[in-house]
Write a protein that binds this ligand. Structure first.
Ligand code: SF4
Length: 260
């Protein structure tokens, strides 16, 4: 019997590994799939990549767990540049994911894990980070997939606290409550803002993709018709309104001081 834990280094999967460590559950290997933007740049936000490689992996390895990093041969940019071969958009580059269907998930995330699974012995148990308060997901679990969070009665909040206790909470939780690729079309405004304000080189790369000609999916979120250029304008206006407000507030205070 081989035991592995799938780990994204988010709170639930890391808490699963911590529980295995605390309770002496069998665990032979930890498997992490890293989606890549291109051949050089990770799809994880830079803070998360730093946390994974410089903090979490060394810690888990110090507990005796080998960590296997899987990457697909395909990157986000390969998916983006793929030429559509049939249908109305035939001959165009695929561009941004169409109608909410993420082609990155299948090509860059599931493909390497499926390949890895095929190479594994049949009697494999996989620990998955599904918490006690996710009953629908728990009900869908197959027999060879086990939730240690459910076994030890851990909710998502408890998983968060456990990671914090072990100093193994990713810094992504400072600005969001979900993991995911920095270019994800499901990113919330606060995640986009974080990217724009802290990693402007990545933000600019993404903005530039919307300027490319001949794309089947020409804007960042084709389902909600949300363009990153619109978001850029919205954030720019918000920043300037805040600055204007602060300037007005400052000059008002100066005038008040003058007449004191
Ligand atoms: S986080 Fe978003 S872009 Fe990344 S694989 Fe999941 S759905 Fe696709």
């Amino acid at each position: 019997m081989k035991y592995i834990a799938s780990c994204s280094f988010g709170k639930d999967s890391l808490a699963t590994v911590i529980l295995a460590h605390e309770h002496g559950e069998p665990l032979d290997e930890i498997v992490y799939v890293e989606v890549m933007f291109d051949n050089e740049i990770s799809g994880e936000t830079p803070e998360h990549t730093d946390f994974i490689y410089n903090k979490a992996i060394p810690k888990l390895e110090s507990w005796g767990y080998p960590v296997k990093v899987l990457r697909s041969e395909k990157t986000y940019m390969d998916c983006f540049n793929h030429i559509v071969v049939r249908g109305k958009t035939q001959g165009k580059k695929r561009g941004f994911p169409m109608q909410g269907h993420c082609n990155v998930n299948g090509n860059c995330k599931l493909a390497p894990i499926r390949k890895y699974m095929k190479e594994q012995p049949k009697n494999l148990i996989q620990y998955v980070g599904i918490a006690l308060d996710e009953p629908k997901r728990l009900a869908r679990l197959e027999a060879n997939r086990v939730s240690l969070l459910a076994k030890y009665k851990y909710t998502e909040q408890m998983a968060f606290e456990l990671c914090k206790e072990y100093n193994l909470l990713s810094p992504i939780y400072d600005f969001t409550n979900r993991g995911g690729c920095w270019f994800c079309m499901n990113a919330k405004d606060k995640e986009l803002r974080h990217l724009r304000d802290n990693h402007s080189e990545l933000w600019q790369r993404l903005l530039a993709l919307e300027n490319e000609p001949n794309l089947a999916g020409p804007i960042w979120n084709t389902l909600t018709q949300t363009s990153l250029h619109d978001k850029e304008e919205q954030f720019y206006i918000m920043d300037n309104q805040i600055n204007l407000f602060q300037e007005n507030d400052l000059s008002l205070r100066k005038n008040v001081d003058k007449y004191k």
